[in-house]
Design a protein around this ligand. Structure first.
Ligand SMILES: [Zn+2]
Length: 143
């Protein structure tokens, strides 16, 4: 018996990058991601927020991606993380938010990233691209 998620995958596939991109590409749900996030110790949550902020930055999110992502996240538009991500340019200091806002910050960040990254996959990356994180194996795919 082999575990489909642990067999010969580089460590690349674990952690923030995997979860954030998994949600963006609908390989797992936002709730799965939030469950993973809340299982982490507080210090690690801050690292994840910092990392996820870098991915959002690299995805070149716009203020309209921010609004669309906030709507998708289910977080109130007046919450601190929602306000920060909708700024032009967005503010990324999510890991500096109080601990009780880390889960909402994670939801907002991941959803906004998903909006921007989906657009990129449908345009620039259409058909094929060399981004490793855009070529994640599907969970149901045979080896
Ligand atoms: Zn790509």
């Amino acid at each position: 018996m082999t575990e489909p998620n642990s067999a010969d995958r580089p460590s690349f596939w674990h952690g923030t990058e995997r979860v954030v991109n998994g949600i963006a590409q609908e390989l797992c749900t936002l709730d799965d991601g939030v469950a993973w996030f809340t299982s982490l110790p507080p210090a690690r949550r801050q690292e994840v927020l910092h990392e996820a902020g870098l991915y959002a930055m690299q995805a070149h999110i716009t203020a309209s991606d921010g609004r669309a992502g906030v709507a998708r996240s289910g977080v109130k538009p007046t919450a601190n993380p929602s306000v920060m991500i909708c700024m032009d340019p967005p503010r990324y200091g999510f890991s500096g938010l109080p601990a009780d806002e880390h889960v909402t910050a994670f939801r907002v960040l991941v959803c906004v990233f998903a909006v921007a990254d989906t657009r990129r996959r449908q345009t620039y990356c259409k058909n094929s691209c060399g981004h490793a994180w855009h070529n994640l194996p599907r969970p149901t795919e045979a080896p």
